[in-house]
Ligand binder design. Structure first.
Ligand SMILES: [Zn+2]
Length: 263
């Protein structure tokens, strides 16, 4: 019998920041979500794509140590509460964190890897070079990572990829390298029985507007690779994959939440 997938999404980290932080040269302020995808796979159990922000950030004092001085305010994450962290959101959806079998990461920045420590018994699926880079980032992108997200996670079970993979060899969950924002960024493409193919692009691009206009982000690791990845994202869309960016507010609004699901 063909495996069945059902997904929903939660926002595990709202940021209000100068738009220039997400799109080089832009003006004004934007409020954006951090999308976490929760996938129930009939054969392989509960799968997450990204994990949002860590719960320590909900406490202004703890955040000063966890992220570093002033960063909670700088990123406009003051509205983040304990209930927004992905472990609390899973419980709200009726799951236990221990039910999660696989955690897939677009990349390991602090708004994507913040929940890693909630899943000590899952398989953590990340590109090999992203894992290496997270521990010792190039200095021009170092501020996107917080070592506290994975400081106590070195003993976890990692599946380190070197490129694209059909994760369960059943065609349902594909990971595709989309480097540029970080060295080992990857996107997830799902094949759903009723909704068809949907692609979760993480931060392959930050805002749809930036993707459409070929504008990178100021703190991208490698602008050339990021803009080549934009071409890849557009090719996926042309091929009929509905693509969603982690931080684009309209993309998030179009996804199922609060008990709604896609299958
Ligand atoms: Zn991000």
């Amino acid at each position: 019998m063909a495996p069945k997938l059902r997904l929903t999404t939660v926002n595990a980290g709202t940021f209000t920041m100068p738009k220039e932080g997400l799109m080089y040269g832009a003006s004004g302020t934007v409020t954006v979500p951090s999308t976490v995808v929760v996938v129930e796979h009939s054969t392989h159990g509960l799968v997450l794509f990204d994990t949002g922000v860590n719960h320590h950030v909900a406490d202004p004092e703890a955040a000063e140590t966890y992220w570093g001085p002033g960063l909670r305010a700088k990123y406009g994450a003051e509205g983040f509460t304990r209930d927004d962290a992905v472990d609390a959101q899973l419980r709200r959806l009726g799951h236990r964190p221990a039910d999660v079998t696989h955690v897939l990461y677009s990349h390991l920045h602090l708004d994507h890897a913040g929940g890693m420590s909630y899943f000590p018994h899952a398989v953590h699926v990340v590109q090999h070079d992203e894992l290496r880079h997270a521990w010792w980032p190039d200095r021009w992108t170092a501020r996107g990572y917080t070592v506290n997200d994975y400081l106590h996670c070195r003993g976890y079970d990692y599946l380190e990829l070197r490129g694209d993979v059909d994760l369960f060899l059943d065609g349902t969950v594909r990971l595709v390298r989309t480097a540029g924002h970080t060295p080992g960024h990857q996107a997830m493409i799902l094949d759903l029985a009723n909704q068809g193919r949907v692609g979760f692009m993480g931060d392959a691009a930050h805002l749809k507007e930036a993707l459409d206009q070929d504008v990178p982000q100021l703190s991208d690791w490698n602008v050339e690779q990021k803009l080549l990845t934009y071409q890849h994202v557009r090719a996926l869309a042309r091929a009929g994959v509905r693509v969603f960016l982690s931080h684009d507010p309209a993309d998030y609004a179009a996804l199922p939440h609060d008990g709604d699901t896609w299958d």
